[in-house]
Every structure is written in structure tokens, then in C-alpha cells.
Design a protein around this ligand. Structure first.
Ligand SMILES: [Zn+2]
Ligand SMILES: [Zn+2]
Length: 659
């Protein structure tokens, strides 16, 4: 599994532009319209780049006036005029000299020539256009922009739009460049879709996993003691986590996986071999240095030096402590104590590769499917940490499948089947698999230089995706370094998109680790490796599930599955209730009892607030009839039923993981 890196968007190639979706074209066109509107209000504005982005578009602008949301109605009103005028987006191809001249005169990204106010950012963008690539303008009304498109036909095609926020951004993402105002907006084909989008955002806010996670007591992040980005799972979150692991273990067992367990750290050599070092170093926690082997003899010296630094006489002050830390660091850096560097694992793969290497393997042993809920650590920037979605410790539903090329299609198909099975269990109705492939030009640079293996594995993956009828899109030039990858995107029930997991085919790293199996013809061959993690990480997946269910988990996942509530606290009644709790708990159902003398309505309300899935309300009449009155969270009362029937149904619902 490779981490998903969010980078500054690079300049779009013509290929990228051709792949822009209809909605992206519409949104980018709307950026032109927004720029036109801003220029009507502030003619000096200088524009830089205005691409479509996830959920909308932006345009970077330099302007004395600081645009705030209070300006949005005025800008939107000007935009309305432009759209009403239904202007054509006209494409004009110009020689470079012309573009240079128009930049100098301030005409590009403007409505008129602006002597003394050249289009400096457009000039910079112009310089990025390679010789030989056509230089094009797009003209809509008075606005002329240096842009390769594509756009919609006319401004009137923009059905509905709204400006959303302002941020600041450096020109071309480089902090040495001027700081610009980034105005964000979104656009849709029509008003209905626009409204649905904002309703979805509102609903997502109500379902925010950080809010519900805290209200339900699922997890906490103790930035002071444990550290930022390192969630502590509370008992109720722990219950969900255990259920997910149980699901994974059962599913993987049935699919022929074997479970392994690996440590959280490894020597530097491991990551040098896997290639994570030095390329991925900035996303790994810095190493810790241990004195081992011959160096271990130096440990007493080290202790002596530390003590001298720490207790050099007098009491311990913060200055002394600083000096101590400095000295300690110097000692570790010193040649005399090189030590052995260990890293927290950022990926489970190398550990699994070493397990493969631990025994001689024959073709008869393959496919070998090693599975583990492995904990990885990634040194995400503190500014990028976000609830459970961006964290520094991750529990990953990981597995590595080692197989022969002949076995690949079947194995890969089985992985996809597993995804579909999970989607069904969790009621995920919309998903897409983004299949990322290499391009020839990147071989030996961005991609490992194995032209035939690339084509061979990509063909295998494509065939499986096609024949299985799975919903996928193919994206060129986004593969991982060592093989094609598949990003699995899912939509929560309210229509928000999540990247759940990344699957990869790896034909390079097993070779680097010297992994071989003895084939039928008695020669040694390198296995293919499939990295897969259908349930992603606990962190991200539970974050997704909280939004998906709005915290109202199905019975099998609910942290508190059943609460038995008594009407009053008469001893026989309480004993009857306790026996039911015991029976459920004996069957591994997370059942609790509320036997207090509080009013039953208050007790029900508390259970509802805690999102307890099933409430069994018991009064004297229920007891006399050997019955219980059933309430289900969010569904209300289902009436009285025989106790044995209710218990059997609860056990069946949990076992079947009913929605
Ligand atoms: Zn992996
Ligand atoms: Zn454009």
C-alpha cells in the first residue's frame, strides 16, 4: 500500500485536458465567468490560474481589495449578467509573439488593454507552454484568457453556480512567489443539482465523524500526551473495530488467507531495500538509534556521558536539559557510536516480504495470502491531520498475495469479489475503481523500467475488470512506481465521496527482496504480489461509516447493541431483566441493563441518545407473559414479543450482519 499524496497540481497536459469531464468543463468555464465579473468590479485584477477542482473551481487573483464573502453577492450578480448574455467561448490560436504582446499590454486575463498593468502571471504561464504546443486564447465577451480549454459552448450552458470561499495561495504554489487570493466556487448543470450538493454538505456537517465520534465516545485524540494524529480508541470505538476485524478474519479465512503478525519497527535496511528510503523518508517518523552488537559495549560510556550531562552538578534546569538533549544528539551522530537505525513501519509490505522469504517456497505453496491488521505510522504534517481521516497511526486491513502469473487473474478477481461482498454488507451502493496505468515516456523515471511487465500486468488487470463487469475507469500515467494501482472510491449514503483503499500490483519489489519460488520446471522465479486492503484502515473506514450511518450503526456493529430497561425496580422484575442481559452476554452480545427507578420515558430517551440499537422494555405484564417490549433506535416501538423469539432474532441479526 502506498500513501495517497496530495500535491500541488502540476500543469495540465493536453491529454489531461481531453479527459476533463463535462462537469469539469462547466466548472472551469464558470471560472472564466467569475473572472469577468471580478474585472467588472475591480478592473485592475490580475489572474493566474483557474482550474476545476474536486467539487468546483477556483481562480487565483491578485488584487489590492481583499475579497471577502460579503463581496460574493455583487460578484454573483455580475456573473448572472454574463450568463444571461449567453456569450460564445471562442477559441483563437495565436503566435507566441502576439501572446507576449498581449501580456505586456495587460490584455490577457482582462476585459481591455491595461497599459502599465501587464498580465504578469499570464506571462509566467505562457513561459510554461512548451515550444511547439499551440498557444490558444479563449474569448467570452470582452474577457480574453490565455487558456487551452476545454470549455462549454456558451456561458448560458452554466446552469447554476455559487461562490463558496476565499483562501490565499502562492503563485504556482511556490512561497517565493507573490501571494494571491484564491476564490472558490462551484457550478452545476442546474439549480436542483446545486441545491442537492449544498444539502449534502449540510447533512455531512451534521454527520461529521469528529462530532459524532465524540458524542458517542468512540475515540479521542489526546494531543498533549499521546500526540496529534494518534487516536485512542475508547471502548465503544474498540467494539466497532473488533467487529470489523472479526468480519475481515472470517472473510479472509474463507478465502484461503493465512494470518501473520509483524512488529511495529524494522531496521533501516528493510526500507532501503523496499525503496521507501530515501524516497518516502519525509513521510516516515525519524529513526531511533540503538546500540547493538559491537556497539552495545559502548552503552556504559553512553550512560556515563548522559549522566555527566544531566547531573553535572547542582539542580536540573531547563537550560541543562536543553544542553543534555543537544549533547545526546551529538553523541548519536558521532562516528564513535554509529548505532543501528530503526524506523516505525510506514507500510506492512516489507515485513510480509520477509515472511515470504523466511522459508523456501515452491509453486505448490502459491498463492500465498498473508493477512494482518497491521499498524503503520506516517509522519503526516500536523496541519494536514484531520480527525480519523488523516492520522499518524493507521490500523490497516492489509494483505499481500504472492502468486504466479497464471494465478493472477483468479486472485485479482477474488479480491474484487471481496470488495463487492463488503459493499453489500455496508450498503455501499455507489463505487468506482480507478485503474491507474503507466505511460511509456515515464519508464525508468516515474516508473520502474520493465516495459513488458507493465503491459502484461496492466492487460491482466484490465481483462479481469472487464470480464467481471465491475464499475471502473482507466486513468493513464497515475500508476505507482512498481506497478499499476487501483484506487477504490465509494460514496456514503448522503452522496459524499471517499477514497477507501488502494490496491496495487507489484512486479518489482518482490525482486528487490530476492523473493523466489521454485517452479514446475525447477527454475527459480519471482512471484507477483497483490497489495490489497478492502476495508482500508480502521481510522478512515470508521470515519466513513460514522457519516454513512450517522452514528446509527446496524445491530452487529453498534457499540451497545442491546439495553434492557425495567419499568421500576421491583426485585423480581430486575432479576428477570438481568437474566436476559446475561443470556445475551453469554452469546457475545454487547448488552447492558438500566434497572434504576427513573421514569421509563427518561430511560428510553437516554438509550436513544446513546444510539443503543435495540431497547428491551420490561414491565410486570411483560414478565408475566415471558415477553419483552422491543424498541429499535430510530424506528420506535415494535410491540411486545416472546422473550425467546426476541433473543433468537437478535442473535441471528448479529450473526448475519443484517443491515
Ligand atoms: Zn503493501
Ligand atoms: Zn479556460
Amino acid at each position: 500500500m502506498e500513501a495517497d499524496e496530495s500535491k500541488q497540481p502540476e500543469r495540465k497536459t493536453l491529454d489531461d485536458r481531453n479527459r476533463m469531464t463535462d462537469l469539469e468543463r462547466l466548472r472551469h468555464s464558470c471560472a472564466h465567468v467569475m473572472a469577468t465579473a471580478i474585472l467588472r468590479l475591480w478592473p485592475d485584477a490580475q489572474f493566474a490560474a483557474g482550474p476545476p477542482v474536486e467539487n468546483g473551481f477556483y481562480y487565483d487573483v491578485e488584487l489590492q481589495h481583499r475579497i471577502s464573502p460579503e463581496d460574493f453577492p455583487a460578484i454573483e450578480a455580475e456573473m448572472k449578467q454574463e450568463i444571461k448574455a449567453n456569450r460564445l467561448f471562442e477559441k483563437v490560436v495565436v503566435p507566441r509573439e502576439q501572446a507576449l504582446k498581449d501580456s505586456e499590454s495587460g490584455r490577457l486575463g482582462g476585459l481591455i488593454e491595461r497599459p502599465g498593468n501587464p498580465s504578469k502571471f499570464k506571462l509566467g504561464n505562457l513561459a510554461d507552454i512548451p515550444e511547439g504546443e499551440p498557444i490558444t486564447y479563449f474569448k467570452s465577451g470582452d474577457f480574453i484568457d490565455l487558456c487551452a480549454g476545454p470549455h462549454v459552448m456558451r456561458t448560458g450552458n452554466i446552469g447554476a453556480y455559487k461562490l463558496t470561499s476565499v483562501a490565499s495561495a502562492y503563485y504556482k504554489g511556490d512561497e517565493k512567489n507573490p501571494q494571491l487570493q484564491r476564490i472558490y466556487g462551484t457550478a452545476f448543470k442546474n439549480k436542483t443539482e446545486l441545491e442537492a450538493y449544498f444539502n449534502m454538505l449540510e447533512e455531512a456537517k451534521r454527520r461529521d465523524h469528529r462530532k459524532i465520534g465524540q458524542e458517542m465516545g468512540l475515540y479521542t485524540i489526546d494531543a498533549d500526551f499521546t500526540g496529534p494524529g494518534l487516536p485512542l480508541w475508547l471502548p465503544k470505538g474498540g467494539a466497532i473495530l473488533e467487529e470489523l476485524e472479526k468480519l475481515a478474519k472470517e472473510t479472509e479465512f474463507a478465502a484461503g488467507y493465512v494470518r501473520v503478525k509483524t512488529p511495529h519497527i524494522a531496521k533501516e535496511k528493510m526500507y532501503l531495500t523496499s525503496g521507501h528510503l530515501p524516497y518516502y523518508a519525509e513521510s516516515m517518523f525519524p529513526p531511533m538509534t540503538l546500540l547493538e552488537g559491537a556497539d552495545a559495549a559502548k552503552r556504559p560510556i553512553l550512560r556515563e556521558k548522559f549522566q555527566e550531562a544531566l547531573h553535572g552538578g547542582g539542580e536540573l534546569t531547563s537550560e541543562k536539559l536543553d544542553a543534555f538533549i543537544e549533547k545526546a544528539q551529538a553523541i548519536f551522530k558521532a562516528e564513535e557510536l554509529p548505532g543501528e537505525r530503526y524506523y516505525l513501519k510506514a507500510m506492512n509490505c516489507p515485513h510480509h516480504h520477509r515472511i515470504f522469504a523466511a522459508e523456501p517456497r515452491s509453486y505448490r505453496d502459491l498463492p500465498l495470502r498473508l493477512a494482518e491488521y497491521g499498524t503503520c505510522y506516517r509522519y503526516e504534517q500536523s496541519g494536514e491531520l484531520f480527525g480519523l481521516m488523516r492520522v499518524r497511526s493507521l490500523n490497516m486491513n492489509d494483505s499481500h498475495i504472492y502468486c504466479t502469473p497464471e494465478q493472477f487473474a483468479q486472485e485479482f478477481n477474488a479480491v474484487n469479489e471481496m470488495y463487492l461482498k463488503y459493499f453489500k454488507i455496508f450498503g455501499i451502493e455507489k463505487y468506482v475503481m480507478r485503474f491507474s496505468t503507466h505511460v511509456k515516456e515515464g519508464l525508468g523515471k516515474k516508473y520502474v523500467n520493465e516495459p513488458e511487465l507493465w503491459i502484461q500486468t496492466e492487460n491482466m488487470v484490465r481483462d479481469v475488470l472487464k470480464t467481471s463487469g465491475i464499475n471502473f475507469v482507466e486513468v493513464a500515467n497515475e500508476a505507482a512506481f512498481y506497478g499499476p494501482k487501483i484506487d477504490v472510491q465509494v460514496w456514503s449514503v448522503i452522496g459524499r465521496e471517499f477514497t477507501l483503499a488502494t490496491n496495487q500490483v507489484d512486479f518489482a519489489v518482490p525482486r528487490k527482496f530476492g523473493l523466489v519460488y521454485r517452479d514446475r520446471d525447477n527454475t527459480e522465479k519471482t512471484p507477483l504480489c497483490i497489495h490489497r486492503a478492502p476495508l482500508g484502515t480502521h481510522e478512515r473506514f470508521i470515519g466513513f461509516l460514522i457519516e454513512h450511518y450517522a452514528g446509527n450503526f446496524p445491530l452487529w456493529l453498534a457499540p451497545e447493541q442491546v439495553r434492557v430497561l425495567t419499568i421500576g425496580e421491583d426485585e423480581p422484575l430486575v432479576n428477570y431483566a438481568k437474566a436476559i442481559v446475561q443470556e445475551l452476554r453469554a452469546n457475545m452480545v454487547r448488552a447492558e441493563g438500566d434497572y434504576s427507578n427513573d421514569k421509563i420515558n427518561g430511560k428510553i430517551q437516554q438509550a436513544e441518545l446513546a444510539k443503543v440499537h435495540t431497547m428491551l422494555v420490561i414491565g410486570p405484564r411483560d414478565m408475566a407473559a415471558g415477553a419483552v417490549s422491543v424498541r429499535v433506535h430510530g424506528k420506535g416501538s415494535l410491540g411486545a414479543k416472546p422473550k425467546a423469539e426476541v433473543v433468537a432474532d437478535i442473535l441471528a441479526a448479529v450473526r448475519e450482519r443484517r443491515a
